[in-house]
Design a protein around this ligand. Structure first.
Ligand SMILES: Cc1cc2nc3c(=O)[nH]c(=O)nc-3n(C[C@H](O)[C@H](O)[C@H](O)COP(=O)(O)OP(=O)(O)OC[C@H]3O[C@@H](n4cnc5c(N)ncnc54)[C@H](O)[C@@H]3O)c2cc1C
Length: 369
């Protein structure tokens, strides 16, 4: 079967749903596709109260933010197709989808890729033992499937993902043997780290994991202090008795579909890896394809929502659903809110990286002329 829509959105996370809502508000026909059986992307795993600014749901649980967005989309007539995998983007703005074991085609005037991110791995002897997993995988097990991945956890990485997931594993009844961080300081927000430290969880700064040991599954982790260049210092090894090692060493944008669509890319390690070049309103090197959220550079749900709105306004304008002047006004308001999110040392770095992506897009565009 072939479906026809004005806007097709891949990913029902905060970026995809926010974009869908914006287009629907302007009267556009939108279809959103997500491989999961629930909408909300990462938000549905996040039972903690969000950090960030009051404008962006700080203090509200991620799961609640996802529900609010979903309800607004449904009320606005957005069609959300769950348990549906988008397996390809083909010339002529066609998507290949699989639903209920059958493949179908979707033809769209505009496409938004809001496919999120995947977890980065970390290789060390024993990393392939059962019990070594991504922190996001552990979060899915515990918060979605209600399965505790293990009883004694070691987390590698003290960014917000590592800290939040470790705390949620504690809440689920596991003990956390420690947080291991290569840097000499905690990488995530103090509010998350303090909650763990109050529960007696040790934080091993300037340390790394050097080996996982066990007979058929993780039974021990060996950690060591690191010197310059993150090289383990001999003689500082410690062995911890754990059955699960959660890797929270960063996310990388899910760029399989952007690659298939042959979008121009840039490699920016500080934003997670390869990122599709895009203009300041989220349009990629293919004028009919837009990107938003983690796929356009790893940030946070609040930024993903604002970028989704920006892409939504941009697509609505390109489709003639909203005047250029109104689109400029709406985009200006969104950009102001994004500016509020990209402050502080982490925020400044993200703002500069985003500017680099837009400059890369402009350079790419100039070469095409
Ligand atoms: C543990 C953890 C805690 C966090 N805490 C916070 C926080 O407190 N505050 C905050 O602001 N941010 C937080 N974040 C970050 C935030 O969750 C992400 O930045 C945000 O979800 C990104 O939104 P997105 O829409 O780009 O992607 P996602 O939320 O990842 O949504 C993408 C969706 O696309 C689907 N998809 C991908 N490819 C396909 C395909 N081919 N076919 C169909 N569907 C597809 C995915 O399954 C997913 O549902 C946290 C993240 C983690 C992992």
């Amino acid at each position: 079967m072939t479906y026809q829509t004005q806007v097709a959105i891949i990913g029902a996370g905060p970026a995809g749903l926010s974009a869908a809502l914006e287009v629907a508000k302007q009267g556009g026909k939108v279809m959103v596709f997500d491989e999961n059986d629930r909408a909300g992307g990462q938000l549905f795993k996040q039972i903690h109260k969000f950090f960030g600014s009051g404008h962006h749901g700080a203090g509200v649980r991620g799961i609640r933010l996802g529900q609010q967005l979903l309800e607004q989309c449904i009320q606005s007539g957005v069609e959300i197709c769950l348990s549906t995998v988008v397996f390809g983007i083909f010339p002529g703005n066609e998507l290949g989808i699989v639903k209920d074991g059958r493949s179908h085609t979707v033809k769209a005037d505009k496409i938004l890729i809001a496919a999120g991110a995947g977890e980065k791995p970390l290789a060390f002897p024993g990393w392939d033992l059962p019990g070594v997993m991504g922190a996001g995988a552990a979060q899915t097990m515990v918060n979605i499937n209600r399965v505790r991945p293990g009883n004694r956890i070691l987390t590698i990485g003290s960014g917000n993902v590592g800290l939040v997931v470790s705390y949620q594993l504690l809440q689920a009844g596991a003990s956390v043997a420690g947080i291991v961080e290569g840097l000499p300081k905690i990488n995530g927000y103090a509010v998350h780290a303090n909650k763990l430290m109050r529960q007696g969880v040790p934080v091993y700064l300037s340390h790394t994991v050097i080996e996982a040991r066990g007979d058929g599954q993780v039974e021990e982790a060996v950690i060591a202090e690191v010197g310059p260049g993150f090289v383990p210092i001999e003689g500082t090894e410690q062995t911890l008795s754990v059955d699960t090692i959660c890797l929270a060493v960063g996310l990388t944008p899910s760029v399989e579909l952007p690659r298939m669509a042959e979008l121009a890319m840039v490699h920016l390690p500080k934003m997670g890896g390869y990122i599709p070049l895009h203009d300041s309103h989220m349009r990629s090197s293919n004028p009919d394809i837009y990107v938003a959220g983690d796929v356009a550079g790893i940030e946070e749900a609040s930024t993903a929502m604002e970028e989704g709105k920006l892409a939504g306004v941009s697509m609505a304008e390109a489709l003639g659903l909203v005047s250029a002047q109104r689109a400029r006004e709406l985009a200006g308001e969104i950009e102001e809110r994004i500016g509020e999110l990209r402050i502080g040392s982490h925020g400044d770095a993200r703002r500069m990286a985003k500017e680099e992506i837009v400059r890369g897009y402009e350079a790419w565009l100039a070469k095409q002329k």
